[in-house]
Design a protein around this ligand. Structure first.
Ligand SMILES: [Zn+2]
Length: 131
């Protein structure tokens, strides 16, 4: 289970809406599965079907998280036209089996947010608790 404070949950959805029809992406920093801070990234792919984060931006955020003793709890991105389930590309590019993969779907009028852990053997759905 991943615990996400309401303001961060709302900020992720707003970020997704702002970037739509392109995918948005970001990192969720925190401790023990509880998110404390969200970091918005720019999608260097500028694509409606995939995303990637620039290494420079990642480095900056990792440094900031280290300073505040935060771990990378999750990585989020949006699906602007599809359901909130990891795509083949998401699975291929999932390098962190312990990190939650949070997907915000804008397919329906009401955004749907789902979390997963993508492991080599399978995709595991995880619960999201808004705190
Ligand atoms: Zn995706």
């Amino acid at each position: 289970m991943i615990k996400i404070p309401k303001p961060i949950y709302i900020a992720m959805i707003e970020h997704a809406r702002k970037e739509s029809p392109l995918e948005c992406c970001g990192i969720l920093g925190g401790r023990d599965g509880t998110v404390e801070k969200g970091f918005e990234f720019s999608n260097t792919e500028k694509s409606p079907i995939r995303y990637s984060m620039s290494p420079q931006e990642q480095l900056k955020v990792f440094e900031e998280m280290e300073k505040e003793s935060l771990e990378m709890v999750g990585i989020y991105h949006s699906h602007t036209h599809t359901i909130p389930f990891p795509s083949e590309t998401d699975v291929r590019l999932a390098f962190y089996p312990e990190v939650f993969s949070v997907i915000i779907s804008l397919k329906e009028e009401t955004p749907v947010v789902k979390a997963f852990r993508i492991r080599e053997d399978a995709i595991y759905p995880e619960e999201i608790e808004m705190i």
